[in-house]
Design a protein around this ligand. Structure first.
Ligand SMILES: *[C@@H]1O[C@H](CO)[C@@H](O)[C@H](O)[C@H]1NC(C)=O
Ligand SMILES: *[C@@H]1O[C@H](CO)[C@@H](O)[C@H](O)[C@H]1NC(C)=O
Ligand SMILES: *[C@@H]1O[C@H](CO)[C@@H](O)[C@H](O)[C@H]1NC(C)=O
Ligand SMILES: *[C@@H]1O[C@H](CO)[C@@H](O)[C@H](O)[C@H]1NC(C)=O
Ligand SMILES: *[C@@H]1O[C@H](CO)[C@@H](O)[C@H](O)[C@H]1NC(C)=O
Ligand SMILES: *[C@@H]1O[C@H](CO)[C@@H](O)[C@H](O)[C@H]1NC(C)=O
Length: 408
């Protein structure tokens, strides 16, 4: 029935919500409205704030602290809260004027909940209707025609980037409010096995230590990049050649001890610590955008994210098209190392919850793929943060010297 309207809204959201990186800051906007501090806090906690700041032509339907307390009293999980709040971000601009002048008195708006793909059918759409008496009512499209949430007031309008309005209460949606499974109850290897990463999953299951590290990190935030079956199968002989500690570090290298949505990875380019990172053993890689793709790089390999198996805060699992090789275990192909551009350090990545004691067989030289005479030039080029930043400073100095000469 509403198929055409749905199509139209989808069309609109595809073409009007361009993603940008500058402009409004929802956290900042709501900070000047203390009675919305809880809503604001949860936008940050669910990482929706970043998504909102990246988009234009949107409307945020905020609810006050009392309405948020009612929602929180049901003790929903963080990913359920994320689903509910994302239903409150409309992917179209509705200022006060437009709300009161809706054509034909009623409209359907796609929401960020729809855009996440977690919303089945049209459950991610919100019906906005100009009801009698000049009131504007809101209700999830799938809600038996109940429109019992009302427009209260405008909080901020930056036409046509973002409109922040207050609505009377939280939009009632059984779909968005459905409990999501406890993260630690999720079987990550099962998710991987069912979606093209069975070889990696089986290898992980067979390694008790690495499995435990993954499991222990789920609740606090975990992002996994699992290599697809074909590349990982081809790699197995080399994996079997690693020492016990090499195997464990290698498997843990594919997990980050933090939650990262794809959008966060796109905007947080830089060096990432992994579950294998432990003091001297860096086992890190660089996240870098390549057009619309997100790539992971080490000295010798570049893998591309090709799929999302799950993205439910605090857990995200992506598939990658190649087996990423940590430089601690695999020597780079003997190509002359170009000086890498200064990289941005991801400063706020917390350490994994695991603290391994260094053991004798942990030293990098006992790994068959490594050798103690690892190219020292490479070491200074990308193994040492201080040298890296020193390099950046050197470039800056050279540049400013050139500039100085030009000015003379
Ligand atoms: C809307 O966003 C654009 C692009 O970021 C920006 O240049 C413009 O100043 C913004 N307008 C308002 C009213 O904030
Ligand atoms: C947005 O505003 C908040 C509060 O003013 C600030 O802490 C945060 O750094 C800002 N975010 C961005 C991306 O500028
Ligand atoms: C919104 O809901 C009202 C009440 O159920 C309904 O009459 C109207 O057709 C809906 N509007 C749209 C655009 O679906
Ligand atoms: C996860 O599922 C696999 C089968 O895919 C099973 O072997 C394993 O024991 C399960 N792990 C947990 C922690 O339940
Ligand atoms: C495994 O290690 C041995 C001894 O270092 C080496 O000869 C062999 O080529 C390695 N195999 C693979 C598949 O890397
Ligand atoms: C890395 O930096 C530390 C501290 O500045 C220094 O002691 C060490 O020698 C450097 N290592 C390399 C390989 O340059």
């Amino acid at each position: 029935m509403h198929f055409f309207t749905v199509l139209l809204s989808l069309f609109f959201f595809l073409f009007t919500t361009t993603t940008i990186t500058h402009g409004h800051n929802i956290t900042h906007i709501l900070a000047s409205h203390p009675s919305f501090s809880t809503f604001n806090h949860y936008l940050t906690l669910t990482h929706l704030a970043g998504e909102i700041n990246r988009r234009t032509t949107i409307t945020v339907c905020a609810v006050d602290n009392a309405a948020m307390s009612e929602l929180l009293s049901k003790k929903p999980s963080i990913s359920t809260i994320k689903n509910i709040l994302s239903l409150h971000v409309l992917l179209d601009y509705f200022g006060t004027k437009k709300l009161h002048q809706i054509r034909d008195g009623s409209a359907l708006a796609a929401t960020m909940f729809q855009a996440t793909g977690s919303a089945p059918g049209s459950s991610g759409f919100v019906n906005i209707t100009d009801v009698k008496g000049g009131k504007v009512a809101f209700g999830p499209e799938v809600n038996e025609g109940n429109l019992d949430v009302f427009y209260v007031k405008s909080l901020e309008e930056l036409p046509y980037n973002i409109s922040v309005i207050q609505v009377s209460k939280v939009l009632p949606s059984d779909v968005a409010a459905a409990p999501t499974p406890e993260p630690s109850a999720m079987n990550i290897t099962e998710i991987m096995s069912a979606h093209g990463c069975k070889v990696f999953a089986d290898t992980l299951i067979a390694n008790r230590e690495a499995s435990k590290t993954y499991q222990d990190n789920i609740d606090g935030g975990l992002t996994v990049f699992c290599p697809l079956d074909d590349p990982f199968k081809a790699f197995l002989p080399k994996f079997k050649n690693l020492t016990a500690s090499g195997k464990e570090s290698f498997l843990e290298f594919f997990g980050l001890p933090i939650y990262q949505s794809l959008a966060m990875l796109k905007s947080n380019n830089g060096i990432m610590n992994t579950l294998a990172t432990d003091g001297q053993k860096k086992f890190d890689f660089t996240v870098q955008n390549d057009g619309e793709d997100v790539t992971l790089k080490t000295r010798s390999t570049t893998a591309k994210i090709v799929g999302t198996l799950i993205d439910e805060q605090p857990l995200a699992i992506y598939t990658i098209d190649k087996v990423l090789l940590p430089k601690e275990l695999f020597k780079a192909a003997p190509t002359p190392a170009p000086a890498p551009a200064p990289e941005k350090e991801v400063a706020d990545a917390p350490k994994s919850s695991k603290h391994k004691k260094p053991t004798a067989d942990d030293s990098p030289s006992d790994s068959p793929a490594d050798s103690p005479d690892d190219d020292p030039a490479d070491q200074t080029a990308d193994d040492n943060a201080s040298v890296r930043f020193g390099g950046g400073r050197l470039i800056a100095t050279v540049l400013s010297l050139c500039l100085g000469l030009l000015l003379l």
